[in-house]
Design a protein around this ligand. Structure first.
Ligand SMILES: Cc1cc2nc3c(=O)[nH]c(=O)nc-3n(C[C@H](O)[C@H](O)[C@H](O)COP(=O)(O)OP(=O)(O)OC[C@H]3O[C@@H](n4cnc5c(N)ncnc54)[C@H](O)[C@@H]3O)c2cc1C
Length: 224
């Protein structure tokens, strides 16, 4: 997960999967998949009945080449999701200017939903030449998932994280991520109340040290 998360966070998830009986192999390059299983670079063969490939995704924007829109890993938009006159982009394909995080592209259901509301309001206002203020796409990115019976929630923006602090209370964990002394993202494992509390702090751009001071549970060391 190193593309989007710091190693300390990847380590937390690797430990969860290892405890559930999975073997995590990082930087193991697959050179062939055949009827017998998977062959790794270096000659190792792993037997397999089923192979699941999760190899990432990219924005489907190539069909817009030559349209006059600016395309750069997504459709480039301003903070109102406007890409050009009467053209707005929403969801995974939109790379927009977020007022806190700068130029970002987010692949979450909640962002697609929030974008749709903002873009529809702004497009109809533009078409009606209304004078009312345009809406800004300033939602804090948020997603949830379920793995190994654990509810995983994350809010904020994780790339560029330079500090991570982990709290534990029984099986519950709270991970605070920061950059340049600011709290920039929070992740919670089976701790929805703390996720909700810290999610609000992200929009207010609170100080990282202040966020740690307020966090519940016991601090745990994370290997770097
Ligand atoms: C395996 C997987 C797991 C995920 N899990 C989560 C999760 O747990 N939580 C979460 O928040 N998000 C998750 N996501 C991300 C989430 O699915 C996306 O962020 C969300 O679906 C984006 O919505 P969208 O409308 O922008 O794009 P999409 O849902 O991709 O819809 C785009 C649609 O446009 C169509 N299309 C593309 N090109 C054209 C064209 N030229 N003409 C006409 N139609 C076209 C496509 O066929 C598609 O139907 C997951 C994604 C994947 C792949």
């Amino acid at each position: 997960m190193a593309r989007v998360l710091p190693p300390e966070v990847g380590q937390v998830f690797a430990e969860l999967h290892a405890a559930a009986g999975s073997e995590v192999r990082c930087e193991a390059e697959v050179v062939e998949v055949n009827g017998a299983g998977v062959c790794l670079h270096g000659g190792e063969r792993m037997e397999a009945d089923v192979v699941v490939a999760g190899i990432g995704a990219g924005p489907n924007d190539s069909w817009l080449a030559g349209s006059g829109l600016e395309i750069r890993d997504g459709v480039i938009c301003d903070e109102t999701l406007r890409a050009a006159e009467r053209v707005y982009a929403v969801g995974d394909v939109a790379r927009w200017m977020h007022p806190i995080y700068g130029s970002i592209r987010v692949e979450h259901w909640t962002s697609a939903r929030d974008h749709a509301r903002v873009a529809a309001a702004n497009l109809t206002a533009e078409l009606a030449e209304a004078s009312k203020a345009v809406q800004i796409a300033d939602g804090v990115p948020y997603f949830w998932s379920d793995q190994l019976g654990i509810k995983i929630q994350a809010a904020g923006w994780t790339p560029g994280t330079d500090v991570v602090h982990v709290r534990q209370d029984g099986a519950r964990r709270l991970l605070l991520l920061g950059r340049a002394d600011r709290l920039t993202a929070v992740m919670a494992l089976d701790w929805p109340r703390e996720l909700a509390l810290h999610r609000r702090k992200l929009a207010a751009e609170v100080d990282f040290a202040a966020a740690i001071a307020d966090a519940p549970g016991a601090p745990i060391d994370t290997p770097n």
